[in-house]
Design a protein around this ligand. Structure first.
Ligand code: ATP
Length: 362
């Protein structure tokens, strides 16, 4: 096992496009790091550089104590699991898993022991080991792809959206399985996804990338509770955080949402914003219905979605019809056209600088 250390890593493609602008991260031995960000932000580029499938244009990349910038992929002691499984179609499941070990020069008996052992861990039956990949379901194929990575006992696992071809139920199963396996094997892992739930649940730490720049790196809870920028605030969490224009009162002791509705706040940090506009964020699950509260926002309901366990109420408020989504547990009986009073509590608000989009710490 090994750490993976990126020091000011950069990628400029041959056409001159700078896809990665200097990423620093120290993935500790045994740690599970998840990379998230919108399409095109550079997640795959970064992962492929760690794998050795893309050249590194600048900075230093270390696996364990070794600088690997120029080391070929097969010498990096990594295993990669892809979205499309990348299994050999003409080989049996057994041989798909054994192939890498043969190349490593292991004996037949050792190969057999490793393949059987990993098949057991992944609950692949002896009969399934004799099949070709096309005779397996998507979930089973993904399990073989995982198996092929695990048998090699690599120092580092790299996952490139491995679950995105699976249906919703299998995705959940495999997600739990990957988390359990990573914890029990303790193999340092880097996992690329754009799935919110995978991002929140799988990793010890989460890195949010935006146009090749790290927006924030921290535990999922840190990112959820204290997003460092508007970008992270809107990206982490589903449905997204509600963002609205607000103004800090002339005394710097209130956040005014409309001319009648404001939240009292005492914080030295706000004095420099007195009288200025800010962005106010509040998560859908932190909005409350508050019958009889004079300081509540009047939400005009436009759409209600019943998710079963939760209800999402979409609507707008104010003269400029600012959008807002409220998430409440259980089944809420609201219909389009209803007017619901919504209260925002001091403890659940996030403020961002309008110019820099960075968080204003209170
Ligand atoms: P997705 O989630 O859609 O897979 P991603 O975050 O993994 O996206 P990358 O595939 O890493 O994004 O691409 C990052 C940026 O680099 C994109 O703007 C992409 O167009 C660009 N890019 C990728 N490969 C090349 C290439 N070979 N030459 C030039 N630009 C490239």
């Amino acid at each position: 096992m090994a750490s993976v250390k990126l020091d000011n890593i950069q990628k400029i493609y041959p056409n001159g496009f700078k896809a990665i602008h200097g990423v620093d991260v120290d993935v500790k031995d045994g740690e599970f790091l998840v990379l998230v960000g919108p399409s095109g932000c550079g997640k795959s580029t970064l992962l492929r550089m760690i794998a050795g499938l893309e050249t590194v244009s600048g900075g230093e990349l270390k696996i364990g104590d070794k600088i690997v910038n120029d080391l070929e992929p097969s010498k990096r002691d990594i295993a990669m699991v892809f979205q499309n499984y990348a299994l050999y179609p003409h080989m049996t499941v057994y041989n798909n898993m054994a192939y890498g070990l043969k190349i490593m020069g292991l004996s037949k008996s050792e190969i057999d022991e490793r393949v059987k052992n990993v098949a057991g861990i992944l609950e692949l039956t002896d009969e399934q080991l004799t099949r070709k990949p096309r005779q397996l379901s998507g979930g089973q194929r993904q399990r073989v792809a995982m198996g092929r990575a695990i048998v090699r006992k690599p120092s580092v696992f790299l996952f490139d959206e491995p679950l995105s071809n699976l249906d919703a139920k299998l995705r959940v199963q495999m997600r739990v399985e990957i988390k359990r396996l990573q914890a029990s094997l303790g193999i340092t892992s880097v996992y690329v996804t754009h799935d919110q739930v995978e991002a929140m649940t799988l990793g010890h730490r989460l890195m949010v990338l935006n146009e090749g720049v790290v927006e924030q790196l921290g535990t999922p809870i840190e990112l959820y509770e204290r997003p460092a920028s508007l970008f992270v605030a809107e990206f982490i969490g589903s449905p997204s955080m509600n963002i609205m224009d607000a103004k800090i009162g002339a005394e710097g002791s209130s956040v005014d949402i409309t001319k009648d509705i404001s939240i009292a706040i005492t914080s030295d940090k706000l004095s420099s914003y007195a009288g200025k506009g800010v962005k106010l964020g509040v998560r859908p699950e932190h909005l409350e219905f508050a019958e009889g509260d004079e300081n509540a926002l009047p939400l005009t309901v436009t759409l209600v979605e019943h998710l079963g366990a939760d209800t999402l109420v979409h609507g707008h408020f104010g003269d400029d019809k600012t959008d807002m989504t409220v998430r409440r547990s259980g089944i809420l009986k609201a219909v389009p056209g209803d007017q619901l009073p919504i209260s925002i509590t001091r403890n659940h608000i996030h403020l961002f600088d309008t110019n820099t989009s960075r968080r204003i710490d209170l």
